[in-house]
Design a protein around this ligand. Structure first.
Ligand code: MG
Length: 255
């Protein structure tokens, strides 16, 4: 069931979204050669807790995983890692493609966003994958208008990805968000337009294109968090939490 939020609820989500944006901003500024993803995790955690919010991923354990609850504040996924990377002590290297996914909860409402960056000087291909994944997200955001259908949003992502020679991950999808981090509806990153629920003011969606350099196939096991590309090639991920309004799409995960 899709829960439509009131204007008051959207303002609470904007507060959560701003904290997520602050944490992402702080982390991306420090994401440099020789820094570990564990150090980035500590930075995100202090931004979130200093703001009076809670990291949304720490302790998270959906039904489909059979491993320990997620142990960190951020998901840090490097190169062929698609999503759900656990921060560790490996030092970032020149040219690494790093995706940082952060969620926060305050006053019972959630925000969720992701940024991908290339560390130092990367390959033109890594930079292109990051740029196209960001473009796919913004193309989807532009479709988030009352009266459009949900699959119009999905389709927008697929068109950008495939027109640039990349593939979209199908195994993991975006989602509704509000008083839970994951609510209805699921938001695939692919599909024909004109299907699914009609978008209405007050719906809030976490759009999160995951684009791969090569095959869209991923290796995901219920025994572990990390998801990697099947062919070992690069993957990038961007995400914003977006509210449908009477007019322009309202991106909540911004400073
Ligand atoms: Mg999400």
């Amino acid at each position: 069931m899709i829960v439509v939020k009131s204007k008051e609820e959207i303002e609470k989500m904007r507060k959560a979204g701003r904290i997520v944006a602050e944490a992402l901003d702080a982390v991306t500024k420090e994401a440099k050669v020789k820094v570990t993803t564990k150090e980035l995790d500590r930075i995100a955690e202090s931004v979130i807790t200093d703001a009076g919010a809670k990291p949304a991923f720490r302790g998270y354990k959906p039904d489909f995983v059979h491993c320990e609850p997620f142990p960190a504040t951020i998901c840090a996924s490097v190169n062929a890692e698609v999503v759900h990377g656990i921060p560790n002590n490996r030092q970032l290297e020149e040219g690494d493609l790093l995706s940082i996914d952060i969620g926060a909860e305050i006053d019972g409402y959630y925000g969720d966003a992701t940024v991908s960056v290339v560390i130092g000087n990367g390959s033109p291909l890594a930079s292109k994958l990051v740029d196209v994944t960001r473009q796919a997200l913004y193309s989807a955001i532009r479709v988030c208008r009352a009266g459009r259908r949900l699959s119009d949003v999905s389709h927008a992502i697929q068109v950008v990805a495939e027109s640039q020679g990349f593939s979209v991950v199908k195994r993991f999808v975006g989602h509704g968000i509000g008083t839970s981090m994951h609510e209805d509806p699921p938001v695939p990153n692919y599909g024909e337009p004109g299907n699914g629920p009609v978008l209405k003011p007050g719906m809030v969606l976490a759009l999160e294109p995951m684009l791969n350099e090569g095959t869209s196939d991923v290796i995901a096991s219920p025994e572990r968090w990390i998801v990697v590309t099947k062919d070992g090639k690069l993957s990038a991920h961007f995400e914003h939490t977006v509210a449908i309004t009477e007019g322009e799409p309202d991106v909540l995960t911004v400073l």
